[in-house]
Design a protein around this ligand. Sequence first.
Ligand SMILES: [Ca+2]
Length: 184
Amino acid sequence: MKALGQKRIIIALFMAAFCFCMATIIYAEDSNKDKPVPKPTPTAGIISTPLPTPVEPVNLAQGKTVTVSSVEKEELKGSNAVDGDIATRWGSEFSDPQWIAVDLGAKYVVNRIIFRWDEAFGKNYTIQVSDDTISWHVVKEIRGSMGGADDISISAAGRYVRMYGLDSGTSHGFSLREFEIYSY
Ligand SMILES: [Ca+2]
């Protein structure tokens, strides 16, 4: 009888422990219901797309081979007009006409030319193109330039581009700091 009583006590203790565990679990679940549900962190609405880098126009004439009608003196050579340096210049003899031709090395479509004149500027001149330096085609005629920088739009194609100076704006021939040629 004594063993049976102990067995009942053990069962009772076991049941009590089981009920306590169940009560604890239920309470924990109820407690979780009251907890705020974490909200998802909103993702940033800014899409980081790099802006396209502006493409700088390339001066096709720079560093190319130049031929000129004459030079005033040796240091005022024709290549000074395509060296990218505004401080250097080509200077012709003091007479009209005079010309300077750039060999682009291949045939290009040319849309813009800038002449950066020295004090002895070209007042009246033409722009010519050629594929062989034998047959030249006049694509633009400039009359009454005031010097400084002549920024000229053209539509032409050729390997060689020439400034053919008809009349200087001074009595000192033609002097060109930069002969710039663009295709765009
Ligand atoms: Ca120069």
